[in-house]
Write a protein of this length. Structure first.
Length: 130
């Protein structure tokens, strides 16, 4: 991607800070994403085996439903796509350059590293009740 089309990390960081402040001020909520993935999993499980969702204590406390956090995560996806399109940096790529440099083109190694990293990230997020 040409350097001139990239956002300044300082501007992006400042705008993210403004969004956090507005989120707390307007909605009384902090940023959060990990619970949205759990809710999405509960909604999918509810389509396949709704009786199992009702039996899980976690889903009694955190209902599998579309809420502001779920919409926030959806907005990240849509906003990222719009940003990539408008900056001219969007491209369909099987393996990102950074991953190919670090882990090679072997799908098994990449899949293992992606899964392991995801497990660590979700474990940390859940431990922080996020």
């Amino acid at each position: 991607m040409p350097r001139s089309t990239a956002w300044s990390p300082y501007l992006a960081g400042a705008l993210s800070g403004v969004v956090v402040i507005l989120s707390v001020w307007i909605a009384g909520q902090y940023f959060g994403a990990s619970t949205s993935f759990v809710r999405a999993a509960g909604m999918i499980q509810g389509l396949v085996a709704p009786e199992r969702v009702e039996q899980l204590e976690y889903f009694v406390r955190v209902a599998p439903q579309v809420d502001w956090q779920w919409m926030f995560v959806t907005g990240i996806l849509v906003g990222s796509f719009i940003s990539a399109i408008t900056s001219g940096s969007f491209r369909v790529q099987l393996v990102p350059d950074m991953w190919r440099e670090k882990f090679g083109f072997t799908p098994v190694k990449r899949a293992f590293m992606a899964f392991f990293g995801g497990v660590i990230a979700m474990f940390g997020a859940r431990m922080a009740d996020g």
